[in-house]
Design a protein. Structure first.
Length: 347
């Protein structure tokens, strides 16, 4: 493998799991002498996504995508998202007779259902057609793979996630107000309805609750929970120090497929409290670095007793190098399957 073109509807200024996964993967590929190119909304005219204006939707045509794919001269095409760019890129690849892989990062049907009363069945049928049209669909966890198999998704391959343990470390500086009562229960991420933050903010907990991040639900949550400290979006060392300043990282989402922030919290020595659902089950599991319960308050209180050193040790086992090994192996297998299919059709 000499080069990979990533097509993604999620890109800067968004900061989320998709963006970070692609960024760290590209960094690892570069270290191995493999060229990475990106096709993102920054290359096109865009419009704001309804109900979430921070997300920009690209306006372009299949013919334009075909030209971009050709101009990149990349050996492999990987489509990371199911937005306008991803859909057109898949259509362009099929028209060009090129192999491509996809990845399933977001439980999109649940994401949509959290905003409007639409049935999940038709949404999953649409996603199934998109992902099954490629040579492989990469998923982060065993639980997600099992779920998608039952929904008729095929050619599923595992592509786990890692954490930059050089960046995310248990360093603590004075980033929170001194008058915040302890312990500190914190969430970091997009402030949006699908993150189920009210399940956390409505809990009767000792100490303080802190939300780090930005998003469409921020202002309404500020009005509803005036006693919560909203730190806003943070990046770099400032973000790391927020993770490290928490006593417990609370992850109330029921729609994430993984939750990279879980690994980032652990790398900073912060134990996790979450529901026993996809993502937390795979990351925390039986590692004793947090507590999972349908009673989120119970999980928060029990997580206070988890040794911080144990969290850091668990995170050190999750490397981006190993994740990139998986990614490259998946590409090789997908290309072999594609070529075999072409030979069978010609026979």
């Amino acid at each position: 493998m000499t080069s990979v073109l990533f097509v993604t509807d999620a890109w800067y200024p968004q900061i989320n799991g998709v963006v970070r996964t692609l960024e760290y993967t590209a960094r690892e590929l570069t270290r191995r002498g493999i060229r990475s190119e990106f096709l993102t909304p920054q290359a096109f005219r865009t419009v704001p996504c309804p109900t979430y204006p921070e997300i920009r939707l690209s306006l372009t045509r299949r013919r334009t995508l075909m030209r971009h794919i050709e101009d990149s001269a990349c050996e492999h095409l990987h489509i990371a998202t199911e937005g306008p760019l991803g859909l057109l890129a898949a259509s362009a690849a099929r028209k060009m007779g090129r192999t491509f892989t996809t990845s399933y990062h977001t439980r999109f049907p649940e994401y949509v259902a959290a905003r409007m009363p639409l049935p999940l069945g038709p949404l999953y049928a649409w996603l199934r057609r998109f992902h099954n049209s490629g040579s492989a669909c990469m998923v982060a966890t065993t639980m997600l793979e099992t779920d998608l198999k039952t929904r008729g998704f095929g050619n599923l391959m595992r592509w786990s996630r890692g954490v930059d343990t050089e960046q995310f470390q248990p360093k603590i500086s004075s980033v929170l107000p001194d008058n915040l009562p302890k312990p500190i229960f914190m969430n970091v991420g997009r402030v949006a309805v699908e993150k189920n933050l009210e399940a956390f903010l409505s809990l009767d907990l000792p100490g303080s609750k802190v939300i780090v991040g930005d998003g469409p639900q921020l202002e309404s949550l500020k009005r509803s929970y005036p006693d919560v400290y909203f730190a806003g979006a943070r990046t770099g060392p400032d973000l790391v120090n927020h993770f490290a300043a928490a006593d417990v990282f609370v992850f109330p989402s029921r729609t994430d497929t993984f939750g990279m922030v879980l690994l980032e919290a652990l790398a900073c020595g912060t134990p996790v409290a979450a529901f026993p659902v996809m993502g937390p089950v795979d990351v925390i599991g039986n590692n004793a670095v947090g507590f999972l319960s349908e009673d989120l308050r119970e999980a928060c209180l029990k997580a206070l007793d988890v040794p911080r050193e144990r969290c850091r040790v668990a995170a050190l086992e999750q490397s981006w190098a190993a994740c990139t090994d998986q990614f490259l192996d998946n590409i090789e297998r997908a290309q072999e399957a594609f070529e075999k299919g072409k030979r069978n059709k010609a026979a």
